[in-house]
Design a protein around this ligand. Structure first.
Ligand SMILES: NC(=O)c1ccc[n+]([C@@H]2O[C@H](COP(=O)([O-])OP(=O)(O)OC[C@H]3O[C@@H](n4cnc5c(N)ncnc54)[C@H](O)[C@@H]3O)[C@@H](O)[C@H]2O)c1
Length: 353
């Protein structure tokens, strides 16, 4: 371990990252003396990790929410607001969120507005939430007509990275998290690149390096105003469109980002910014972690247009696409759907051969 507790200093908040077991971290977190502490988690985690005992002996009440993207909904948001109220949470209370990105996004958003803001800690239990969604203060819920449409920027007070939780995480979810880690390697971290190429990469080191790189991008552009933070959306223009087009039920977030990143590399090649060797190398990284690397050809290319056009990075109707020249050399390229479609069709043809 490189550190046990590290403070990330963002302009709007300081965030403590505990690289410790949940038990050890909880003792330190609770020293802050809250009027009431409530934990929110999934049933599966309560069972596997005997969390009832962990929380009950510290007088922490537990709320259990169902798994899956559907939990990031307005109805669950309202339901949970009522639960906060019924548990008499006030401004001096604290919420501990133990789960993946779905629970983190929902609860982070509610904590940002409940009584105009109460403090919370995130205990990410998926690889993706350890390396990505828990860092950076973005929260939100989905509406019927779009993902993450209601949300806020609001940082947790603490993040607890307890790698033990990964022991029960299905292989597919580990791969999903690896997709975001590979994205960081493309963006600008040669240490990550070296590690992921190893026969047996050190997950703890990858998590630490990923937290460093994500927090660096966020610090430089916390509210996504200058374009720096938007680079973290590498692979997300097509990735989000594929997720939405398949109703968030066919691909994990990381799988969709893997397809989107491979396309971003091919698009960069089509535009003349990168050579085909870069595309092949990037594709092989995602392949190594059993991630999908080609367009799902049963999805008509025209049918994803409406989703690509709704990407939150877009300004007016201009699509802002993250393109690469090489590893550590990425930039935002302004394009339109016909250009994307043209290259998608070429990519499908290329992959057939
Ligand atoms: N806020 C951000 O910056 C940000 C960034 C990336 C993704 N996201 C959001 O994160 C969400 C995806 O997060 P996710 O991939 O963590 O998915 P998730 O929260 O749905 O978790 C995936 C599955 O793994 C299960 N699970 C969680 N921890 C487990 C464990 N330790 N052992 C066994 N099973 C476990 C969950 O119950 C769930 O079924 C999406 O809604 C996405 O939009 C947010």
């Amino acid at each position: 371990m490189m550190f046990m507790v590290k403070t990330l200093n963002f302009s709007s908040a300081d965030v403590n990252v505990y690289f410790k077991s949940l038990d050890e971290a909880l003792d330190e977190i609770l020293e802050d003396g809250y009027s009431k502490v409530l934990a929110v988690t999934h049933y599966i985690l309560l069972e596997i990790y005997d969390l009832k005992n962990t929380f009950k002996r510290r007088n922490i009440d537990i709320v259990v929410l169902p798994e899956g993207e559907k939990t990031k909904s307005l109805s669950k948001f309202i339901e949970l607001s009522k639960i906060f109220f019924e548990h008499s949470l006030d401004r001096y209370s604290h919420v501990i969120v133990l789960g993946g990105g779905v629970l983190g996004d929902l609860c982070g958003f509610l904590c940002s507005v409940y009584m105009r803001g109460i403090s919370f800690s995130l205990v990410p239990t998926t690889l993706l939430s350890m390396v990505d969604s828990s860092i950076g203060g973005k929260n939100g819920i989905d509406l019927d007509f779009g993902k993450n449409l209601l949300g806020s920027f609001y940082h947790p007070k603490n993040i607890v990275i307890d790698l033990n939780f990964l022991k029960s995480l299905p292989e597919r979810e580990i791969s999903s998290g690896m997709a975001e880690i590979i994205k960081y390697a493309i963006l600008d971290d040669s240490f990550i690149l070296d590690e992921i190429k190893k026969e047996r990469p050190d997950i703890g080191r990858l998590v630490e390096l990923s937290i460093d790189i994500k927090s660096r991008y966020v610090k430089e552009d916390e509210r996504e105003k200058t374009g720096k933070r938007a680079l973290l959306n590498l692979g997300h223009t097509l990735g989000h469109a594929i997720e939405a087009r398949t109703l968030y039920s066919r691909f994990t977030h990381g799988e969709a980002i893997s397809i989107g990143s491979c396309f971003a590399a091919f698009f960069s090649y089509c535009l003349g910014y990168a050579n085909i060797e870069l595309y092949k190398e990037i594709k092989s990284l995602f392949c190594k972690y059993n991630l999908p690397t080609s367009y799902p050809t049963d999805l008509d290319v025209d049918s994803i247009e409406q989703y690509v056009l709704k990407d939150k990075k877009n300004i007016s109707s201009k699509i802002r696409f993250v393109i690469m020249k090489d590893f550590s050399d990425v930039f935002i390229y302004t394009t339109d759907f016909p250009q994307i479609k043209n290259c998608l069709l070429k990519w499908i043809e290329y992959e057939k051969n």
